[in-house]
Design a protein. Sequence first.
Lengths: 310, 581
Amino acid sequence: MNRGTFVIRRVLLLIPTLLAIYTLTFLLIHSTPGGPWSQGDKPVPPLVMERLNAAYGLDQPLWKQYLTYLGNALQGDFGPSFSSRSRTVTDIIGDTLPVSLQLGFVAMVIAVLIGLTLGTLGAIRHNTTVDYVASFIAIFGISTPSYVVVSLLVLLLASTFGLVPTGGWNGIFSKEIIIPSLALALYPAAVLARYTRASMLDVMTTDYVRTARAKGLSERSVIVRHGIRNAMLPVITVAGIVFADVITGSFFVESIYSVPGLGRYFVSSISERDYPVILGTVLLFGAIISVMNLIVDLLYPLLDPRMRSA
Amino acid sequence: MVKGMENVETNPRMMAEVDRLFNAYAERQIDRRSLMKGILATGGAAALAMSMPRIVMGQTPDASPVAELYDGPLADEQVMRIPSREPTTMDPGVSFGADELVVFFNIFEGLTGVDQRTGEVVPRLAESWEENEDATEFTFTIRQDAMWSDGTPINAHDFVNSWRRVLDPNTLSEYLPAMYPILNAEAIVNGEMDLEDLGVEAVDDFTLRVQLEASTPYFPLLATTWTFNPVPLHVIESAGDQWVEAENIVSSGPYKMVEWNHDQSIILEINENYYGEKPTVTRGEIRLFEDPSTQAYIAFENDELDYAAPEGPDLDRVLADPELSSQLITFPLSNCFFVVVDTRDEFGSKKEFRQALYKSIDRETLTQSVLNGQFDSAYTVLPPDIPGHNPDAALTESDEEAVQLLADAGIDPASVNVSIVYQNSPARYATVCEYLQSRWQEVLGITVTLEPIEANTYIDWRASRETQPYNLYTGTWGSDFGDPSNWHNQNFTSQADHYRNHWQNEEFDSLCAEAASNTDMEAREEQYRQAEAILVEEAPIIPMYRTKAFRAVKPWVKDLALQPILSSVHFRYVKIAPRDS
């Protein structure tokens, strides 16, 4: 199978994947009790509810709502938002996705820098204090949930030392980016560190590294040109998935730090029964994760010549 | 003739329902949106308007309503920063009255408004009004100099068209029953009449005549509701649903919205075209949090906000810190939390038993230790701000007397096994009931079982106590207006029996009935004092504690006027002093 066919097949696979996601989500949200207008212990007046339902098509039979939304979504219309009346789902995604992407990107850069450094150090200083410290940081990062990290950072950096604000968003080049990006970066950094370390340990004992040493290369060249490069293969796989996680899984950090990103809507729309926003965000996140996986698969051959012929 | 709001008639059933909702709101069982929805469900927009408080709680609750205003130096930058949440809609004609209210109060005006310092209804876009003899028709004179923030004049036609728009099915107003007191409004909503039949008419550009379904003396108060605010139809025509976004919106109040960064902030600045005096604060920054009650205080502490309403652990911490607590405005809320006793019950039917329950509780320990000092002890039912409040009626707390009372009534404590029902949220209810249980078991030697029920099911549960038996449960009441009839006549007389304790006392009933229609205010108050004494002595309702409001305000914020209900920051009253002063 050549690469073209491979890509086309993978892209086509997106269609049934997203359709399954849509169908499952649609069924789940409509089988959850409650509705967008009836929160609290008293419903809105029946007449008002009837009108709202009619206006948003919620009085239609379910199969019809299913098809209508699907049809509109295919044309790029993800519907209105029930909880933010002057905006459509597309508006909300347009407002919030760039924020989540920027935050995710910064977090990922930090994660890669920290993760690769710690992992490599751990491997080449195997079983030394450096290795133990790096391992400790990695374990801390993996076992501490982001909402704890962000709360700790707020307490430390904002409340105690007053270095940065306690919340908010002001773009990538601002004080406000520090806490949420660090909080988001810790977990992927730890994951990358562990994979890098393990992979590096493997690679450093291979024959070609011994050969490289034997032909008199400096230790630095051995590590950079022969070690890290080959060790990156499994790391890249993980990094792609982790990046999708960072973008789509940032809701705790976004909520706690008041970052106006998509992650917040992903969660709040569920409690508000904001059906179109739920569907819109779930589909989008589904697409992001699928595409990230695809990109990872496409990157493989670039790094590993053996994959090119496979 | 501009009329005050005295002698407002109330519909007790409706008011009772509204009260229940306010209580639930005050207790955080429901959020403001649910509160408003519930009030609407009772058909009670009028009730809501009546519920608006008349007492202003300023920085010095004990001072006279028009306390001395700040007269010192002002900061160069008159900016005030407050927290809120992302509003669902910014359209007053559609809004249910949730998080957007804080913006409405600052950027929109109606015919009338509530002065936040005095709590009185004052003219806004109307400069005056007259009513006919039976208060079925009001004629408002609109200010000649009223205009939108884009300079377009506001006239009587704007009101007619805006009010019709609320009733228009396409507007999808969630608060349209607020308009029902207006002639034909309900018929229009039900599709029996046309929008043009609404009982509102622009006699000329500056005269608005409103006809009502029935005598509605409180209409000027009702007209302060956001639903009655005129909206800029000339903008809505071109911008559609998007008219509320910052790039389109024009407004009528002292401020205008210049930025709405969704999920981040809303920025208000002075409306240069406002007819009235320009406020001192030139810029209001409303920072949007997902949950201000837990997220805003830390930002307040970090000097990112000038105002916050701490709750829970934050409040515990603030109260424990002398410096932080000095920035706290605290005002009592007009309410009472009590235990309701079923007087049909084997033990509850005995006055001695009820008094023993009253006397064996140490309220100071309850409010100061168990509840961290965030509440006031209640020894009587009526709160201090309500005429008829009678501190002399309080029973003495005494373990010995309580034990003796049981003995006098021939009750063997070992044979008593009662349950106390309470709502499972807020968590405080459980804390309180656990304390009550331990006291009653220790002091009286009776057995008390705790029976939490889901908060959502509480209202139905209580209603079913009409026929079903119980022993004890926790109940609450909060004032909607400063009159004892709102308490005694509406809840505790045997006719009302709002709490289904099935308590009957002829003297109490007749005192309340006489007092309610007594025009001699002093004699009336005395009658209520006597009634209160009977209620406390008989103890079918055992008062426990009252809640307070806690608002953290930076010391440089001056003259902030806060109302206990619909409590919101109105920037127009505020002045910002220099930080070092």
